[in-house]
Design a protein. Structure first.
Length: 446
């Protein structure tokens, strides 16, 4: 108190020297006091910016820590510098300006608001720093915290707004909170996406459902790409065509989403594709065909083993091998299936530790589907597609060696079938109209 009086007396003395007839009750005195306070506060800010900030930056750049660099990048120290002039205004105003002055309350409240929002911005920078440091750690692959950081920022913003209103109107923040309950329904409507996103964020983090870097597919939203950011209200996904899709965060927990993380963490990426075989090309293998196919190194052991099994079967069942009706024989499609499986077993880019098989699916109007089911050792998209294409290039090229044909719908025959269907419908329509006319003539005769 004595120091405040001494400072005020010194200031009044200097003012008297400049303006002898000026009194402390005169409005000009308060204007001079306010001008002095603002000039000194500006000088404090300049000193802090030109001397203190460079020194702090020098310490930060010399340090090997990641967190202080992040603080510098997000402007934490720069925002703290604004607290010094505001704090000086808050302290100096009661000393130089009388409480009864009109501008006293406005200056005090302005200084408090300035300190409040400078502090909130500094807290924002601190939260952003925490997010950056966390995202750079191994824990970020387990659970993202972007949504929680955004919730924290929103909470600080709401608190700052309530405190600002409280300072301006001079009422307790608790009274404002009690008034907010009356408009809770409106607030729930306004913050619907925020609340849903926050709940979804908790579910995602707790269950490790999704993370940044995961490859997801959502056909409903035409999304197929990598998650860039999981925020409080929105999720950003970069599609493989480099477009960016923005989704509501809660859609990850309420819609059907395929997450390819399991494939990325596993030993391979699945190849599951069928070749349709023309049923008319399927037949029994004769001796000449078997002799020719025995030259293929992948299945020569298989053919010899099957020949021995069939020879033993015919001997045990007393069946003459020339008896085509009762003897058992290999088929070209069965031998081709064995060849493909042996080929895949020897393929260097197919993971042999995961499921591998060549199977038949139920035949349909397109022929007999012969499906290859295996896993590529390469999971990157471009390499995976190349391996898959190489495998099916070989499959299609080897069909002729086994006297098989891939089914391919004849466009000319398809057009003829469509024309025949059209003519059939025209005849049906003509007959229907004719019957209708005959019935009307009969009714007129009656």
């Amino acid at each position: 108190m004595e120091m405040s009086s001494s400072i005020r007396d010194t200031f009044v003395h200097y003012v008297k020297d400049l303006f002898p007839n000026l009194t402390t009750e005169d409005p000009l005195f308060n204007v001079l006091a306010l001008s002095t306070i603002l000039v000194v506060s500006a000088f404090i800010y300049i000193i802090a910016r030109l001397l203190i900030r460079p020194q702090i930056a020098n310490w930060v750049y010399k340090s090997n820590n990641r967190w202080d660099n992040a603080l510098q990048e997000h402007g934490f120290f720069r925002r703290l510098m604004h607290l010094f002039p505001a704090l000086f205004i808050y302290i100096a105003t009661p000393v130089l300006i009388e409480d009864e002055a009109v501008m006293h309350g406005a200056i005090i409240k302005s200084a408090q608001l300035y300190m409040l929002y400078s502090g909130v911005l500094a807290v924002y920078a601190l939260l952003s720093t925490i997010e950056d440091v966390y995202n750079a750690s191994a824990l970020a692959r387990r659970a993202p915290i972007t949504g929680f950081i955004q919730v924290s920022k929103l909470a600080f913003a709401i608190v700052a707004i309530l405190l600002s209103i409280s300072l301006i109107v001079g009422k307790s923040p608790l009274l404002l909170l009690s008034g907010l309950t009356a408009i809770a329904a409106v607030l729930l409507l306004i913050f619907r996406d925020t609340i849903l996103g926050f709940v979804a964020g908790i579910q995602i983090a707790a269950n490790r459902m999704f993370n940044t870097g995961d490859w997801i597919s959502m056909p409903k939203y035409e999304v197929d790409g990598e998650i860039l950011e999981i925020g409080l209200t929105n999720v950003k996904v970069q599609n493989w065509d480099n477009t960016i899709s923005t989704l509501p965060t809660y859609s990850l927990t309420t819609e059907a989403v395929k997450n390819w993380r399991g494939m990325q963490e596993s030993g391979g990426r699945r190849i599951k594709r069928a070749v349709y075989i023309d049923i008319h090309s399927i037949k029994l293998c004769d001796n000449n065909m078997l002799e020719r196919l025995s030259g293929i190194r992948f299945i020569n052991d298989y053919i010899e083993k099957k020949k021995t099994e069939l020879r033993d079967y015919h001997r045990d069942m007393s069946i003459d091998e020339s008896d085509l009706l009762n003897s058992r024989r290999l088929t070209n499609i069965g031998t081709f299936r064995a060849y493909l499986e042996a080929y895949l077993r020897k393929h260097p880019n197919i993971n042999q530790d995961l499921t591998l098989m060549v199977r038949q699916l139920p035949p349909n109007e397109l022929g007999l589907p012969l499906e290859i089911y295996c896993f590529s050792a390469e999971k990157a998209w471009v390499k995976y597609e190349k391996i898959q294409a190489d495998v099916f290039d070989h499959v299609m090229a080897m069909l002729a060696s086994f006297e098989l044909r891939a089914y391919q719908r004849d466009g000319h025959l398809s057009l003829l079938a469509q024309r025949e269907q059209y003519l059939k419908e025209e005849r049906a329509s003509h007959n229907e109209n004719k019957l209708k006319g005959d019935s009307e003539q009969s009714a007129d005769a009656d």
